[in-house]
Design a protein around this ligand. Structure first.
Ligand code: FE2
Length: 436
């Protein structure tokens, strides 16, 4: 079934303009060896036409993290999430499988999981219906009561029997591919996308001893409408150069001078960077030491080396010796994002006596370091809009940025070639699997 892909709503002239512009920008200069590479053009972080182009080049082609399996432990558990303007519904079906489908009613495009009324106070803040979660046996759109089962099949539509030729059985919420990797739920708007896991083998090896699929996230937190580009946030999280400066003193257990070579080969679905800690059993909190028991089964190397991995474009994972932090970065425009961050810990570490005190100390560390990073992200975004915004050389401690550029440029170039090849279905229409 052909659906309205992002590009079908975009002026194809502006897509072609961006594709042409890309050809003039020498993006290859950002993918050279780290000693010679320069940063990407500032417009890639600020321009609205470029952002629309990115939706085609990246967000309609890559595996996008939507959350964790522990959010939907039982049959009928669901949550909705708006992924780059696309309202999606994640649900555990009657067969216990997790499904991802469009949350848009096939009747008049209402969000099927939206509340039947909004709280006027919340409404004034966001002016959009909230993402929701819960447990149910069917989804009843609150607008006209069109009702779908957990597979997205229409099973009821009041008064439609008088509409000639209308048959419930012909109507189903569009289904998207699902891949579960280590407890993270991924989907893809490209039904033909190659599977994700085989391209994460290097990361799988690095993170093996943490058994991410057996960890749980007790208290994920959303922060909405942060005013910077999605790549600005990931770059800040991945490069070590600023850690000794912006976070002077606070990051002493992971000194920038200990950064290790980036792991990335073309074709990889993750960019990986590591820092050898100043002492074994490092952690990021005011004591620099783990606050929880060390995760069982970690090797000596695991207890010395902090590894951060970006599975672009959404998910960042950083392992520590007592927990694993992760962050989802979801663009809402060229210069705005929602983020969700969480901390994964073993289920049996959830209820120690000091749990609340530990959470408080962890939250304090996140708050202090986060306040500095967010000041930088926000300042960088403002600077990138300047006519004087640079394309700068890099320090050796920023090598990972070159790997990220390589991942991006490969995709920008491929999409520019598709656009230049003309308005074929592969460019103009995103095909979604219908599940039939
Ligand atoms: Fe930082």
């Amino acid at each position: 079934m052909a659906t309205n892909g992002w590009s079908s709503r975009i002026d194809s002239v502006s897509l072609a303009n961006v594709a042409q512009w890309i050809g003039t920008q020498n993006l290859a200069a950002s993918t050279q060896s780290p000693e010679h590479a320069i940063t990407m053009p500032p417009q890639c972080y600020t321009d609205s036409a470029f952002y629309e182009f990115e939706k085609e080049a990246i967000f309609s082609k890559e595996w996008l993290c939507l959350g964790r399996v522990e959010q939907v432990p039982n049959v009928g558990d669901y949550f909705t999430i708006t992924m780059v303007d696309e309202p999606l519904l994640v649900v555990r079906g009657a067969d216990e499988q997790i499904r991802v489908m469009s949350a848009v009613c096939r009747h008049r495009a209402m969000i099927v999981t939206a509340p039947a009324a909004v709280d006027p106070e919340t409404w004034l803040d966001s002016k959009t219906v909230p993402d929701t979660s819960g447990s149910c046996t069917q989804f009843k759109c609150p607008y006209h009561y069109w009702t779908y089962d957990l597979d997205g099949q229409l099973i009821g539509a009041p008064e439609m029997h008088r509409t000639p030729g209308f048959n419930d059985k012909d109507v189903r919420l569009p289904q998207l591919p699902v891949e579960i990797w280590n407890g993270f739920i991924f989907t893809n708007f490209d039904a033909d996308a190659p599977p994700l896991a085989p391209r994460l083998s290097r990361l799988e090896e690095k993170f093996a001893n943490w058994h991410l699929d057996q960890l749980v996230d007790p208290e994920p937190v959303w922060v909405r409408d942060l005013p910077w580009n999605w790549k600005v946030m990931h770059e800040n999280s991945m490069e070590a150069y600023h850690a000794d400066r912006l976070h002077a003193g606070l990051h002493a257990m992971l000194p920038a001078s200990h950064v290790m070579p980036t792991v990335y080969e073309p074709g990889d679905a993750a960019v990986i960077t590591s820092i050898r800690a100043a002492h074994i059993d490092y952690s990021v909190n005011p004591t620099y030491k783990p606050l929880r028991p060390i995760i069982e089964g970690l090797s000596q190397e695991d207890r010395w080396v902090s590894t951060f991995a970006l599975i672009p474009p959404i998910l960042l994972i950083g392992v520590m010796t007592d927990s694993v932090l992760y962050r989802m970065v979801i663009p809402t425009g060229p210069e705005s994002i929602h983020i969700r961050f969480g901390l994964l810990i073993p289920q049996h570490h959830l209820r120690p006596r000091r749990y609340k005190q530990i959470r408080k100390m962890e939250a304090e560390a996140v708050r202090i370091i986060g306040a500095q990073d967010w000041a930088a992200d926000s300042g960088v975004q403002k600077g990138l809009r300047s006519r004087f915004a640079p394309r700068s050389r890099l320090s050796w401690q920023e090598e990972v940025l070159v790997s990220m550029n390589r991942w991006l440029v490969e995709r920008y170039t491929a999409a520019a070639e598709r656009v230049a090849a003309g308005p074929g279905p592969s460019v103009q229409v995103v095909e979604l699997a219908t599940g039939r």
